[in-house]
Design a protein around this ligand. Structure first.
Ligand SMILES: CC(C)(COP(=O)(O)OP(=O)(O)OC[C@H]1O[C@@H](n2cnc3c(N)ncnc32)[C@H](O)[C@@H]1OP(=O)(O)O)[C@@H](O)C(=O)NCCC(=O)NCCS
Length: 201
């Protein structure tokens, strides 16, 4: 496939970039909306501009065409990682963090599955291309760039979680050599909602 003209670049600590990042993340990861409620986009955008946690701008690569952001991928090396997304989101919520604290308690089993890492894992936490521009190679370019970053960090595996019913994304990962390692929840007679996919380097 011919690659469309698209520029990839590291994200900057700008609230406006955080808003675009957060919109993409909100569209693919319902977890954040459940946790943060209707201010989900603004809250993530605010945290995005700050250093030292998962949703920080430093973990994100953006795809741009004609000055417009049309895709993003976000990931980090998990070594030494301690579920560090909570405090910056609580801070960004100001005095309105009660809902998030309750939801985090209720969802801790799912969080436990989503947050399991092995030594040397590099975790992709968000990946999306604008809907009208999918299927043009932009996602492949973003994933190539993030894989390069993962390898450069010394990671041994690329890992991510994908909705079991997200067939398009699963096909994409499958073609890139990712394989299903586990599913959540593990209940008799019930298919999992979320799959963990991995690719060893
Ligand atoms: C998954 C995604 C990021 C891939 O980006 P992309 O720019 O469409 O990917 P590419 O053009 O490089 O690769 C195309 C491949 O992606 C897969 N794909 C997934 N969704 C697709 C879509 N809506 N349109 C076209 N291809 C899609 C197909 O396997 C396709 O290969 P094919 O055309 O040979 O069937 C993008 O489709 C997307 O944003 N999906 C919605 C968000 C999402 O599900 N993110 C992953 C969460 S885990």
């Amino acid at each position: 496939m011919d690659r469309p003209s698209v520029t990839l670049r590291d994200a900057k600590p700008l609230y406006e970039e955080g808003i675009l990042f957060a919109r993409h993340l909100d569209a693919i990861a319902p977890f954040y909306r459940i946790m943060l409620g209707r201010r989900v986009v603004q809250t993530i955008a605010k945290a995005f501009t700050q250093l030292g946690h998962d949703l920080c701008y430093r973990n994100t690569i953006l795809a741009e065409r004609n000055g417009a952001i049309i895709g993003m991928i976000s990931g980090y090396a998990t070594d030494g990682h301690r579920a560090s997304v909570g405090p910056p989101l609580i801070e960004a919520l100001g005095g309105r963090a009660m809902r998030m604290r309750i939801m985090m308690r209720l969802m801790r089993r799912q969080q436990w599955f989503l947050g399991q890492y092995a030594e040397g894992d590099f975790y992709i936490q968000g990946f999306a291309v604008s809907e009208d521009l999918r299927g043009q190679g932009i996602g492949s370019a973003l994933m190539d760039a993030m894989e390069e970053r993962a390898r450069a960090s010394g990671a041994k595996r690329l890992i991510l979680n994908v909705g079991a019913k997200n067939e398009g994304a699963r096909r994409f990962y499958d073609r890139r050599g990712m394989a299903i390692e586990a599913g959540w929840p593990k209940l008799p007679g019930m298919p999992p909602f979320v799959l963990r996919m991995v690719k060893p380097f």
